[in-house]
Design a protein. Structure first.
Length: 96
């Protein structure tokens, strides 16, 4: 079976179109327009991760598993060179 020149051109155009669509979708996903933004995430092993999520200017540290999402702490707004301070939201056990 032989492919004629028109079929090869159509196949090439299809591949270029799909590549362009893929690039556009990835570029769009990297700059969300909504009020929720994932700042960073880190896997901790099988089916466990930590994520820093920003919601309308508030940063939250979330613990993620397959069964549950837990808010572990509310983070201060980051200074340009400082590490964020953690504030527990789970409870004030042991706090005076």
């Amino acid at each position: 079976m032989t492919l004629d020149l028109g079929m090869l051109a159509l196949l090439g155009l299809l591949l270029i179109s799909l590549s362009g669509l893929h690039w556009w979708l990835r570029a769009r996903a990297e700059r969300p327009d909504g009020p929720i933004r994932v700042v960073a995430s880190q896997g901790l092993g099988a089916k466990r991760a930590l994520a820093i999520v920003e919601i309308e200017g508030t940063r939250l540290l979330l613990g993620l598993t397959d069964e549950r999402i837990a808010c572990l702490a509310e983070l201060d707004a980051p200074a340009p060179t400082a590490r964020p301070k953690l504030h527990s939201v789970a409870g004030a056990e042991g706090a005076s």
